[in-house]
Ligand binder design. Structure first.
Ligand SMILES: Nc1ncnc2c1ncn2[C@@H]1O[C@H](COP(=O)(O)OP(=O)(O)OP(=O)(O)O)[C@@H](O)[C@H]1O
Ligand SMILES: [Mg+2]
Length: 417
């Protein structure tokens, strides 16, 4: 349309103007043709530029989105960095509450978990040499090893005892390969070569909390009050994640001081999911099951009737908190009879302002404010309530601990100036 109109206006003046030569006409015709040509070229160029600009905008927008997403994932990786520096600059401790935890702890696919051959693990551990043994638990022997890419790992070779071993192995692989949370020990890989069953974990340089609290004279310095509080918060977050954010809910069932491992910065991570139960196994809001776990940590309703709920983990957590406070083991028959069972001995003292000081581990005497101690003791008392319904949710424990950790952190950093 546009072209035909331009052509009409170009020819009519020439026809009506006398004295115009054929050359002139030809010249004018050429000029109008080249004018049309320029217009067409310009229009095409403009449209190409516009399309290209739109394309660029779309690409940049997509990139921006993916960077935002990536940052979210990085956050989950970077928490280790932020927490890793917390003993250097303790203001970097993460005090955020649940929404932050949600962002950091994700239920992911079977990503990043490698499958190893038995031979590869023989090489990693120098033929499962005695020198490399770092622990010996109920389900197998743990070795320190170096994987082919140089990564240091803890390699657990499970005992060969049929069904139980197979269940433990499957549960660990199934859960740990999908749960991605900075407060849970990472599973790097597994081996199911013939009858061999091995689990390969990230190496936790500072070993189990158990060794720090209850093995006097070993290579570890006693944990101070501040460290103990942060460890308590890390573990509470691990359970909060399992109970509130994993889907289906996971009940750990074996939270003990030997299943809490510490990295090079004393960040605590929960390990050993072999006995875990999924919330999907629930009947009438609870799971009826065989009683498994560790003596001294079992909730009364679980120990006596096999009733398992997330509140069973809350009880075990309460026992761990008592160990952090008192430095005592859950059952100690070397003590006078009334002090054999930690919970029974501690409960009346936990809520007594005058007696609460008496039960604190002598190794941390004088490191805390009375107010903080009373609050932590109150949390512990709630967690070990004999009646499951009276125990708090882990999300509430996290929320209660955050301000106490904050205040103890600010006291210790102002003290260090
Ligand atoms: N990922 C790890 N990094 C470093 N050391 C580890 C790791 N996993 C386990 N260990 C060490 O091995 C020891 C034994 O662990 P294991 O889980 O086999 O037994 P346990 O925790 O003592 O008892 P349970 O059989 O009840 O879990 C731990 O106490 C710890 O010192
Ligand atoms: Mg263990």
């Amino acid at each position: 349309m546009e072209d035909s109109r331009t052509a009409a206006t170009a020819t009519s003046p020439a026809m009506s103007t006398p004295g115009l030569t054929a050359k002139n006409l030809h010249h004018q015709h050429n000029t109008s043709l080249s004018y049309n040509f320029i217009v067409i070229i310009t229009l095409s160029l403009v449209s190409v530029v516009v399309v290209f600009a739109i394309f660029l905008i779309v690409v940049m927008f997509r990139r921006l989105k993916s960077v935002e997403k990536h940052n979210g994932c990085n956050e989950s990786g970077s928490i280790n960095n932020s927490t890793s520096s917390r003993f250097i600059a303790r203001t970097t401790i993460n005090f955020e509450s649940s929404p932050d935890l949600k962002a950091r702890c994700l239920y992911v696919g079977y990503k990043g978990v490698q499958v190893f051959t038995y031979k590869e693990l023989e090489q990693a551990t120098d033929n499962f040499s005695e020198i490399n043994v770092i622990g010996n638990g109920g389900f197998g022997v743990v070795y320190k090893g170096f994987l082919a890419d140089g990564t240091m790992a803890a390699i657990k070779r499970l005992h060969r005892d049929g069904k139980q071993m197979e269940r433990v192995f499957r549960m660990e692989v199934d859960l740990l390969s999908r749960l991605n949370c900075p407060y849970l020990v990472k599973l790097l890989g597994y081996c199911a070569d013939q009858h061999h069953r091995l689990l390969i974990y990230e190496f936790m340089v500072n070993g189990a909390l158990q060794q720090h609290l209850h093995c006097p004279g070993n290579q570890h310095r006693p944990l101070d009050w501040g460290n103990r509080l942060i460890i308590a918060l890390d573990c509470a977050r691990a359970l909060e994640f399992l109970h509130e954010h994993a889907s289906p809910t996971v009940i750990h069932r074996d939270l003990t001081c030997s299943n809490i491992l510490l990295d090079e910065n004393l960040q605590a991570k929960v390990s050993d999911f072999g006995l875990a139960k999924m919330g999907s196994d629930k009947v009438n809001g609870q799971i009826s099951t065989r009683v498994l776990g560790t003596t001294g940590y079992l909730a009364p309703e679980y120990a006596s009737k096999g009733k398992l709920t997330t509140k069973s983990d809350v009880y075990s957590y309460g026992v761990v908190l008592l160990q952090l406070l008192t430095g005592r083991v859950p059952v100690d028959i070397k003590r006078p009879p009334e002090e054999h069972v930690l919970v029974s001995w501690a409960l009346p003292r936990l809520t007594n302002r005058d007696k609460v000081d008496e039960m604190v581990d002598p190794a941390i005497q004088g490191q805390y404010s009375k107010k903080d101690l009373i609050q932590v003791a109150a949390i512990a008392a709630m967690c070990v309530q004999p009646e499951a319904d009276y125990r708090p949710l882990m999300v509430d424990v996290v929320q209660s601990l955050i301000p106490i950790v904050k205040s103890s952190n600010s006291i210790s950093s102002s003290g260090s100036h």
